[in-house]
Design a protein around this ligand. Sequence first.
Ligand code: SAH
Length: 229
Amino acid sequence: MTASKTRGIGFTSQRTRDRMIERLRAQGVQDETVLAAMATVPRHLFVDEALASRAYEDMALPIGFEQTISQPVVVAVMIAALRRGREGKLGKVLEIGTGCGYQAAVLAQVSAEVYSMERISGLLERARANLRELRLRDLRLAYGDGANGLPEAAPFDAIILAASTPEVPAALKAQLAVGGRLIAPLIVKPGSGAANSEQTLYLLERTSTGWSEQWLDAVRFVPLRAGKQ
Ligand code: SAH
């Protein structure tokens, strides 16, 4: 890939990215660290070339394998929730559901270390290719069922699920450090097919004495699936 593609022209330019940031602000995202991170990550490099002109619109887009790249505002809200009230970078972060790798790239800007897991090998390879050009140190991709977490790298200061589930997998709770936070789209009402289920962002914090939980916005994510593919 040439430098000009990374830098972008026209719809892939910094100006287009800055307009996305202004929209995020208008939607209530206030975390300047998250906004600055999203202003630097070239989102158009994570979608098919045919969709690149729409990469900065506030919508989820297909990335193949029946999966989607998350909506910008949802990425911003989730990472901001993990950071709220905290100074500096997030420590060691685990993402479940790498997809095209976009959110992992944003996370890498605001974290000391990021591990991202994906169960579809073809997608993981795509993410690897998308991320290669950005040369993010301290971002590692792992192939596997994210419901098991990554015990060899635990405990994590933050865990972020990019796929919906009726309940937080026990292994992930166990791999959360004391003081750590987990955010996930929880299915609060099952529907006929994943698209029709009702989901709400759920923020869980491990305290020195137990757990504290909080319910945030309504969202729509693809389902967390078992096993590898
Ligand atoms: N984080 C992505 C969005 C990914 S969509 C972004 O930046 O846009 C959700 C992803 O979760 C899909 O790629 C799907 O394959 C993956 N996924 C679903 N169940 C999983 C599991 N058990 N373990 C790991 N990944 C899973």
